[in-house]
Each structure stands twice: as C-alpha cells, then as structure tokens.
Design a protein around this ligand. Structure first.
Ligand SMILES: C[S@@+](CC[C@H](N)C(=O)[O-])C[C@H]1O[C@@H](n2cnc3c(N)ncnc32)[C@H](O)[C@@H]1O
Length: 480
C-alpha cells in the first residue's frame, strides 16, 4: 500500500478560511472511496462503473495557480485566495495542492511591489493596479508563464519589473500582462500584452505537444490528464477509419491525440484563444486530418444535423454545467456509434445520460479519474453506444430509496472489490470469497451475503491467490 494513500492528510493552516480543499485532513484512500461512492450512486444504474483511478502522490499537482492581490489593514500587499463565499482575501504563501515553484514566484512578485511602487487593486475604491497573478507551468517542458492581471493598461516600469522578477526566477519563460478593467468577478480581462517571451507555454501529453495561452482552458492535473485521455481514446476503440468530433475541444488536446488513430477529426470550441491554440497545435504536431471551428457546440451540431453529416465517434468534454438539450438532440440525430463523454461533474453527467438514454444511447462503462485530490470535484470518462444492447449488460434500474446502503459501511462495496480484483489481477472472485476474507480480516460482513448458516457447512474455500488479490483490494480501499 502506498504511504500517501493511507497516511492522515496534513491539515492546511488556512483550510477553514480558504475552503478550497473540502477533504482536508481526510486520508487519500478515504477521499477516493468517497468519490467513487458518489459516482456509483449516480451512475450504477446506467452501466458498469470501474474503480476510481487515484494518484500515487496527491500533493502539489495543480499546474495552474491563481493568487488574488489585496492589502491588509496596514496597507501591506497580501496575496492568496478569496475566503469561501466572500471577496475577502485569505493570505496564502504555499498550498499543498499547488505547484511549489508557482507559489514561490507569487511570493517574489508580492515582495517586488513596494520597490516598484505598484499598488494592489482595491475592489471597493477601484484604485490600484495589480489584481491577480496567474501562473501556468508545463509539466513535462518546465516552461512557466506568469500572467499579471492589471486594472489598467498603464504599467509603469513594466520592463524593469519583469527583469527583476526573472533575475530571481530565470526559469520563467514568458510574462503576459492581462488587462481587466471590468467590475466583475472574472479573473481575466479580454486583452493580453506580451511583456516577455512568446506569450504562451508548451506542454506534452500522450506524445503530442500543445501550446497553451493565458486565456485557454488546459486541464490542471497533467499526471491524471494523461490517464484520462488514454482512457477516453481507448474507450472509443478507433481503427483509423472513423470520422470523429471533439466537442468542447479547448486547445484540441483530445482530438489531436485521437487524430493518428482516426480518418478525420473535427474540433469545436467557443473560446477563440483556445481555437487559435488548437489550430497552431495541429501544425505543431503535423496533424493534417483535423479541422477546428470556433462556435457554440450546440449551434455547430444543429448545422451538422441539418446537413446529415456522417459521424462515427463523438468525444464531448463540456464545462461543469454539462451539455445542452440542443447538442444532445442533434447528437442523437447524427447517431454516432460511440460517444465518449468526459465530465468534470457527475451530477450534470447523470442528467445528460438520462436524456441520452431516452434517445437510445446506453452507457457501457464509466471510469472515474481523480483529477482533484483534496477537492470534491470528480472527473469521469463514460463510453456510450447506440443500438442493440448486449443482453449480458442489461441492468435492472432501481431507485436510491430501494438501494441497500449498508454495503458502503465497510469501506468498499462487493462490486467495487470484484472490479478492483479483476482489473488488477485478472481474477474473478465471488461474494462468498470476499466475505470469507472479510471475516478472516475481522471486517464486519453485511447481512446480504449468503453466508453459511453454520461454520462447518460445506462450501468452496477461497484459494490463496484469490485471497491475496482480495486482501490487496481491501488495502487499496483502506479497509485493512
Ligand atoms: C472542460 S473543458 C475541456 C477542454 C478540452 N477537452 C480539454 O480537455 O482540455 C470545456 C471546454 O468547453 C468550452 N466551452 C464552454 N461552453 C462551450 C460551448 N457552448 N460550446 C463550445 N465550447 C464550449 C470551454 O471554453 C472549455 O474549453
């Protein structure tokens, strides 16, 4: 068992005020159980849910770090996060989930403000210059982008400021000034001025290189993103003959990784900076069978459906709010054989799965991937397909009220344990074997599991290799 999965998570000194990590102090294995249980409750009735894929090291995974700048009562510059539900800034110098180099750079920027006479922005008086700092770090390239969000385009001594910053942190590869003069809570404004370097960073995922601009979406946990994308592309089962849509494509990551295994790929995305990155990314990776469009995904699908275009596989990765009725309607009309839904919100995912089910799409499998240790967000890849459903895969629907929740009491469900054992050792184990090993380990056995009435009843005994695999699963789920 990896140490990181069981050890009591250290508690961050500002946890209560910050509110960013809902699972503060909870051992990582328990966080994973909690998340998997939530996905199972929402998705079990649609099809098979695999055990959640966790991280080996769940700390400092965030490659994008955002700090709000303000000043304290004595007028000293502070930087940190908004206190949950407020616009009060909680000072934070280092965070257990953020990239450590990014945190160091933020502290340096704060230290430089006084000598450059740069005032932090005050939301109430609308006086001051520096509002936020955003840092992005390329996990595999090490490239670092610093975005200085200012309330005004006038940034006195900006070149000297960048020089002083780079003197302390020569690893910074680009600095961008983003101008946000709006009175809203949006972090970034619409205008960027490159102060140093190329104005974007590059990173590598699944063998492709991606450029990422300040305004483009990029997954925040690179280690888990590779796993997530591999699952998504594997699930699609591409053979090289398929016409593929990558909807809500961001900078084109999924579509570009899939392109070498497909005939033709189309990407659609609303954010124009991201589409610009996607087009450059296609060139950078010498991918010729991909085209990107800057449009609302629903509107785009309407046009595709009106033209009765052929689609074999659709990848869709919408924002937390999920997809739209019009998108799902047109998706059903276009009738691709497979849909791979990547979701960062299991609630809106379940809502969209219900809609798609009515339109003839059956969820085949789901893989939760933990992209956000210590936070309550959950990412899931779901494979749906249309048409005849394999009779073995037909599942009985039941309501939550009917569900016997007692099996969650001992850590993991029997189904979770069976799935884990099958995935990790290739062995199939029965409820009986699991309950036998549970008893050996002194774990309570639920009332449902057909235990023999007497200890000496004749029954098959769990063979040693299956016992070993079951014990591994118990360890993984923190049950022993
Ligand atoms: C969760 S991100 C996924 C991006 C990409 N697939 C990735 O893995 O990096 C969702 C993306 O959807 C885009 N988006 C949001 N609403 C949209 C819409 N109505 N139509 C098209 N794209 C949209 C966002 O700009 C964002 O890039």
């Amino acid at each position: 068992m990896e140490k990181n999965k069981t050890k009591k998570a250290s508690v961050c000194p500002v946890a209560k005020k910050c509110g960013g990590c809902e699972f503060q102090g909870m051992p990582y294995a328990e966080q994973l159980r909690h998340k998997e249980k939530r996905v199972r409750i929402l998705l079990d009735s649609f099809g098979k849910v695999h055990p959640i894929i966790g991280m080996k090291d769940p700390y400092h995974y965030r490659n994008k770090v955002h700090a709000v700048f303000d000043r304290d009562r004595r007028g000293n510059a502070i930087s940190g996060v908004y206190q949950k539900g407020t616009h009060k800034v909680v000072p934070v110098d280092s965070c257990m989930i953020e990239d450590q180099k990014a945190d160091e750079i933020i502290v340096t920027i704060r230290g430089l403000l006084k000598s450059f006479k740069i005032k932090t922005y005050d939301e109430d008086t609308q006086y001051g210059l520096l509002r936020h700092v955003l840092i992005r770090r390329g996990f595999s390239t090490g490239e670092i982008m610093v975005v200085l969000v200012t309330a005004s385009p006038i940034f006195p001594s900006k070149n000297n400021f960048v020089k002083a910053l780079r003197k302390v942190h020569p690893e910074i590869t680009t600095v961008v000034q983003n101008i946000n003069d709006r009175g809203t809570s949006m972090v970034l404004g619409t205008r960027d001025v490159v102060l140093y370097g190329k104005g974007f960073i590059e990173d590598k995922l699944c063998g492709c290189t991606f450029r990422i601009s300040a305004q483009s979406f990029y997954q925040v946990n690179p280690v888990q993103t590779e796993i997530l994308y591999q699952k998504a592309i594997e699930a699609a089962g591409l053979t090289g003959k398929e016409t593929v849509l990558d909807a809500y494509c961001g900078i084109g990551t999924i579509g570009l990784i899939a392109a070498s295994k497909a005939k033709q790929v189309t990407g659609v995305e609303l954010n124009k900076e991201a589409v610009r990155d996607a087009i450059k990314n296609a060139k950078r990776n010498q991918t010729k069978n991909i085209t990107f469009y800057c449009e609302d995904a629903g509107e785009f699908m309407l046009k595709m459906a009106a033209e009765d275009q052929q689609l074999d596989v659709v990848f869709m990765d919408p924002p937390r709010s999920g997809s739209s009725e019009v998108f799902l309607d047109c998706l059903a009309k276009l009738a691709p054989k497979k849909v791979v839904y990547v979701s960062c919100n299991p609630e809106t995912l379940a809502r969209d799965l219900r809609i798609l089910k009515k339109k003839g799409y059956q969820m085949q499998e789901a893989w939760p991937v933990d992209m956000f240790p210590f936070c309550d967000h959950i990412e899931t890849v779901v494979l749906l397909s249309k048409g005849e459903v394999d009779s073995k895969k037909i599942r009985v629907e039941f309501s939550l009220e009917d569900m016997d929740m007692s099996e969650f009491q001992d850590g993991a469900t029997y189904t979770q344990i069976k799935d884990y054992v099958l995935e990790h050792s290739g062995l199939k184990v029965s409820n009986l074997y699991i309950s036998q090993i549970k008893r050996k380990c002194g774990i309570g056995v639920g009332k449902n599991y057909n235990l023999p009435k007497s200890e000496d009843s004749r029954q098959p005994q769990c063979p040693p290799e299956k016992e070993k695999a079951i014990r591994e699963a118990f360890k993984y789920f923190g049950m022993i």
